[in-house]
Design a protein around this ligand. Sequence first.
Ligand code: MG
Length: 198
Amino acid sequence: SDALVLFDGSNLQQWESAVKAGEAAKWKVENGYMEVVRGTGAIKTKAVFGDVQLHIEWSSPTEIVGEGQGRGNSGVFLQEDYEVQVLDSYESKTYSNGQAGSIYKQSIPLVNATAAPGEWNSYDIIYQAPAFNKDGIKVRSAYITVLHNGVVIQNHQEIKGTTEFIGLPKNPAHGPRSIVLQDHGNPVRFRNIWLREL
Ligand code: MG
């Protein structure tokens, strides 16, 4: 009852473009879900957050197109910079720290719990934001616990910094920030998104 509903299946009022300031989110909404529209860019919550419990459900395309990182790729970014990977990892190989439920390029999920293409997956995420001192130096890492379809796949895992495609994590200071969903060019769907601030 104390959850903030970020998407109830009807509209994107809580979201905006993450790539063009002030522009509306341009993803498709139908049948109770939102779907990535290729090329429209990532979307982010209008509100900003620190420590949260986040519930989000996602579905990769029923029709399998591509392979590895090109198959049903999206992502849930905590505080805009820390990606929990969304990927069709159902009987599909990719590098281990880039599969579904990975902290991208940092932490391999304990198991691969991905449902078949077209079926719904859930992520339940408990996230503690990093802390920075007045000089902007990180004094405590972010920590994250992730349940994928009810199975613990990240257990109070340290996030070492930004989840870079190439290169070491970075640790720029920040305060509360948005939750971002990635446009990786694949028509991934999301529904039933809510959070509780901790
Ligand atoms: Mg991704």
